[in-house]
Design a protein around this ligand. Structure first.
Ligand SMILES: CC(C)(COP(=O)(O)OP(=O)(O)OC[C@H]1O[C@@H](n2cnc3c(N)ncnc32)[C@H](O)[C@@H]1OP(=O)(O)O)[C@@H](O)C(=O)NCCC(=O)NCCS
Length: 151
C-alpha cells in the first residue's frame, strides 16, 4: 500500500457553541465536545485509510477550561501513528472568543481507530510517513506506547 503523510489526512473542524450544546451555566457540555472530537478523529482515520473506521480507544480527556456559549470550537485532528489495521489520531481542541479574538487550548486526546471492511473485519491501512521533527517524535512516542500495550 502506498505510504501517506500526516498532512494528507489532517482535519480542522469548527463548531459554534449554541444554547442546545450547553449546561445551565452556559458552558459547553462535555459529552457534546467528545462527540465532535470523535467525529474529527474518525474523519482523519477514514481519509487516511479510505475505509469505514471504528473507535477502539480514547485516552484520558481533561477539561482545562470551560467553553462558553457563543464561542467557536476549533478541533484539529492529525494522524500520528499507524499499526497494521489501527490508526492513532491526536485531537486538539481550541476555543475562540469571537468578541476578543483570543484562542485557548482547552482539551487534547489521543484516539485509536481501526479500519474495517464491509463485513466489519479489520483491514490493513497505508503506512504513515512522518515528515516534520514533531511528527517523527509523536510517531516514535506512540510506537513505544503500543509496544508496551501489546506486552
Ligand atoms: C474494531 C474491532 C472490530 C477490532 O476487533 P479486534 O478483535 O479487537 O481486532 P484486533 O485485536 O485485531 O485489533 C485491531 C487493532 O486494534 C488495536 N487495538 C485494539 N484495542 C486497542 C486499544 N484498546 N488501544 C489501542 N489499540 C487497540 C490492535 O492492537 C490492532 O492494531 P494493529 O492491527 O494495528 O496491530 C472490535 O474491537 C470492535 O468491533 N470494537 C467496537 C468498535 C465500536 O463499536 N466503536 C464505537 C464505540 S462507541
Amino acid at each position: 500500500m502506498k505510504p501517506k503523510t500526516p498532512s494528507q489526512s489532517e482535519v480542522t473542524m469548527s463548531e459554534l457553541v449554541l444554547p442546545n450544546d450547553t449546561n445551565l451555566l452556559g458552558n459547553l457540555i462535555g459529552g457534546r465536545l467528545m462527540y465532535w472530537m470523535d467525529i474529527a478523529g474518525a474523519l482523519v482515520a477514514s481519509r487516511h485509510s479510505n475505509r469505514v473506521v471504528a473507535t477502539v480507544s480514547i485516552d484520558n480527556i481533561t477539561f482545562k477550561h470551560p467553553v462558553r456559549m457563543g464561542e467557536m470550537v476549533i478541533i484539529k485532528a492529525k494522524l500520528i501513528y499507524t499499526g497494521t489495521t489501527s490508526m492513532s489520531v491526536l485531537v486538539k481542541v481550541y476555543a475562540e472568543n469571537l468578541k476578543s479574538g483570543n484562542t485557548i487550548l482547552t482539551n487534547q486526546a489521543k484516539m485509536v481507530f481501526v479500519a474495517l471492511d464491509e463485513a466489519g473485519v479489520p483491514v490493513p491501512v497505508p503506512p504513515l510517513v512522518p515528515q516534520t521533527e514533531e511528527e517523527k517524535e509523536l510517531y516514535e512516542e506512540e510506537r513505544q506506547k503500543r509496544l508496551a500495550f501489546k506486552k
